[in-house]
Write a protein that binds this ligand. Structure first.
Ligand SMILES: Nc1ncnc2c1ncn2[C@@H]1O[C@H](COP(=O)(O)OP(=O)(O)OP(=O)(O)O)[C@@H](O)[C@H]1O
Length: 222
């Protein structure tokens, strides 16, 4: 599903945020990405989303060599990828329902089909009863679940998350990770950047470790 071949990324022509990065993630795998602050985790995820382009090397995601994607194809490419951020980036003046419906509205989906998908996504994250609430009325853990529902509403083949439990206590963090495992179990490929070493060690999935932009560890699922 993801192949990096000798990938490098420089910002501003000089600083090398990622170097000599080669790895593969198979369809249906669940992988954690870890490393110190500034190690390059977010840069790697941004390359997969094609928010950035590599300075060197080749990246293939879901069969697309991302260097050859025309800019008009990028929105279609990104629809195959669900993304969850630490700060979930919800619109605070819109209901939970509308926050999740927004990407579907932008795609021009017919409202009845869109509503069906939104409710299916909310149901999967256990928040169907909160569809009319505003984000401010939800706890941090519930807001993060809304972020996940929005990421999966397009039924993406690949789900990426950047520090999705960064602001949550240990129990809520474990609950959120269990939710990612549920999506993985039904076939979604999942890649999660996380600092939380204790939590990810317990979950026994593959761990890619970055240090100063280089891959220094790749421990398979145990
Ligand atoms: N747009 C940018 N322009 C210049 N330098 C950048 C840019 N984005 C990231 N960097 C630098 O690249 C390096 C890797 O950053 P990145 O955000 O990928 O690391 P990270 O592992 O995700 O860190 P954190 O855990 O703190 O988010 C850092 O030194 C950062 O300052």
């Amino acid at each position: 599903m993801i192949a990096f071949e000798h990938v490098g990324k420089r910002y501003g022509g000089r600083f090398e945020a990622l170097a000599h990065l080669s790895f593969r993630v198979a369809r249906g795998e669940m992988v954690f990405l870890t490393g110190h602050s500034g190690a390059g985790k977010s840069s790697l995820l941004r390359l997969v989303m094609r928010l950035e382009r590599p300075t060197r090397g080749r990246i293939v995601v879901a069969g697309h060599d991302i260097a050859t994607l025309h800019s008009s194809q990028v929105p279609f490419y990104r629809r195959q990828i669900g993304v969850v951020f630490q700060d979930h980036q919800l619109l605070f003046d819109r209901s939970i329902f509308h926050n999740i419906a927004l990407p579907l509205e932008i795609q021009g989906m017919e409202p009845r089909e869109s509503a069906r998908r939104v409710r299916a996504a909310l149901d999967k994250v256990g928040l169907l009863h909160r569809e009319k609430a505003l984000p401010i009325e939800l706890s941090g853990g519930e807001q993060q679940r809304v972020g996940i529902a929005r990421a999966v509403v397009n039924k993406p083949a690949l789900l990426l998350a950047d520090e999705p439990t960064g602001n949550l206590d240990p129990q809520l963090s474990a609950d959120i990770m269990a939710l990612f495992e549920d999506f993985n179990r039904i076939g979604t490929t999942v890649m999660i950047a996380s600092h939380d070493l204790a939590l990810i060690a317990r979950l026994r999935h593959r761990i890619l470790r970055l240090r100063d932009g280089r891959l220094v560890g790749d421990e398979g699922a145990r």
